[in-house]
Design a protein around this ligand. Structure first.
Ligand code: IMP
Length: 188
């Protein structure tokens, strides 16, 4: 067993969603998004990925979208300490183009307390997009502190800390093709 395999064996408790479950669910979400925006007959959907957690999900999702779209990215810092967020949002890298009068779909990895998305949405809404929706792969509604309901979501999960498929702990584990829970001793 090499050191990476040892690290996984020591720190990953269980696989919640394997590659097949993720790709199936991504296809289903894409079908909903396709149906909703095709019905509006839009000229352009601006898909905005929230760096860095959304990149794996977003790259799989956009390949299933049959819509005229452009992609952009925003990097925000939520001043997260350990596994919890303080909800304060600071833009580290802004999107590259104005979104005024555009249809915007924000792609996030996980909505937990909802504070990060509440701040980001206030910030983007102030730029007067034509529409602004949220698509998150994971949702932990039991931890919600503000009233945010994603327009599209992959899976609802309980209050556990998960990594993989873009999600990290201390910037690690993003490359895992599955989503797994981290053993508490790995982050406490
Ligand atoms: P919120 O502001 O509490 O909704 O936090 C959202 C952010 O916290 C996400 O974008 C993630 O970066 C991080 N986060 C929350 N829960 C998890 C988790 O279980 N695994 C990895 N990151 C998480």
């Amino acid at each position: 067993m090499n050191s990476w395999e040892k690290q996984l064996e020591t720190n990953i408790a269980e696989v919640l969603f394997d590659e097949a479950a993720l790709s199936q669910r991504v296809r289903e979400i894409a079908q909903q998004i396709n149906a909703d925006y095709q019905a509006l007959d839009i000229d352009e959907l601006v898909v905005v990925g929230v760096l860095r957690g959304s990149v794996v999900f977003m790259s799989d999702l956009i390949r299933q979208l049959q819509l005229p779209l452009t992609i952009d990215f925003i990097a925000i810092s939520s001043y997260a300490k350990g596994t919890h967020t303080s909800g304060m949002v600071r833009i580290l890298k802004d999107i590259g183009a104005p979104i005024t009068d555009k249809h915007v779909l924000v792609i996030e990895d996980i909505v937990d307390s909802g504070l990060t998305m509440q701040h980001l949405f206030a910030l983007l809404q102030a730029r007067a997009p034509r529409s602004l929706k949220l698509c998150t792969l994971l949702d932990k509604p039991s931890r919600r502190q503000v009233d945010i309901t994603p327009d599209y979501r992959g899976f609802e999960i309980p209050d556990v800390f998960v990594v993989g498929y873009g999600l990290d702990f201390a910037d690690q584990y993003r490359q895992l093709p599955y989503i797994g829970t981290l053993k508490p001793e790995a982050y406490q």
